[in-house]
Design a protein around this ligand. Structure first.
Ligand SMILES: [Zn+2]
Length: 228
């Protein structure tokens, strides 16, 4: 990823971006489990507290494994999975059992997985907060609305709406990374940032409303909107 040195007010990055507590560690956004090695250079890093850092890891593994199991059509560890997910499934029989229990086969012989939405949304919110803090210098304590849907199942109009960056009627904070990116692209509109092709991309729009869209594994389409 291209690194942008922000020149704006970084005070929002003084506390844990997830809960505001004293930040005694740092967190990559997105977390490594959603990416394959070699990792892209200059991954965004945000300050956070150890308690938040630890609290998300199981759900992040669940999310990464879920998306891959849906794409592969199996919850059994196989070489068809991403290497990282194959290892998670091998080493965590409890998680494999949870995913296996969520799997079913419909009348057409298609494999389906019923996701634990609470766990998925927990991860999506965490990722969105990280992007909002890093890209937009925005830490909004309000509860945002979260939507998650399989990208391939969106109809054409929904897909178009999701992929099209929103019109920005508010400029991002002067000096923030989002502002720098906008000037670079010559348009007052945020653009999709591909962290790793086929693995992870996101778009952070300064608003109004402030929103973050994320696509995980080119499968899971997520949107988090504050203050709608
Ligand atoms: Zn925290």
């Amino acid at each position: 990823m291209k690194q942008i040195q922000p020149t704006g007010d970084e005070r929002v990055l003084a506390g844990c971006v997830y809960c505001g507590a004293f930040p005694d560690t740092r967190d990559h956004v997105p977390s490594g489990v959603l990416l394959d090695k070699p990792f892209p250079d200059n991954l965004p890093v945000v300050p956070c507290c150890s308690s938040c850092n630890n609290s998300f890891s199981l759900d992040e593994e669940y999310c990464a494994a879920l998306v891959d199991c849906v794409l592969v059509g199996s919850a059994q560890p196989t070489p068809r999975h991403r290497e990282k997910v194959q290892r998670i499934l091998e080493w965590q029989p409890a998680l494999t059992a949870v995913l296996e229990a969520a799997r079913s086969v419909d009348a057409d012989g298609q494999t389906l997985f019923e996701p634990d939405l609470e766990r998925v949304e927990n991860v999506v919110l965490k990722l969105a907060k990280g992007h909002a803090a890093f890209e937009l210098h925005t830490v909004d304590p309000e509860e945002p609305s979260i939507s998650v849907a399989p990208l391939p199942l969106l109809d054409d109009a929904s897909r178009e709406a999701f992929e099209t960056p929103p019109e920005v009627c508010f400029f991002p904070e002067v000096g923030s990374r989002a502002m720098h990116r906008m000037f670079e692209h010559g348009v007052a509109s945020p653009s999709w940032i591909v962290v790793q092709p086929d693995r992870y991309r996101f778009l952070a729009s300064p608003g109004l409303p402030v929103l973050v869209r994320i696509v995980i594994g080119e499968y899971l389409a997520c949107e988090v909107v504050w203050g709608e």
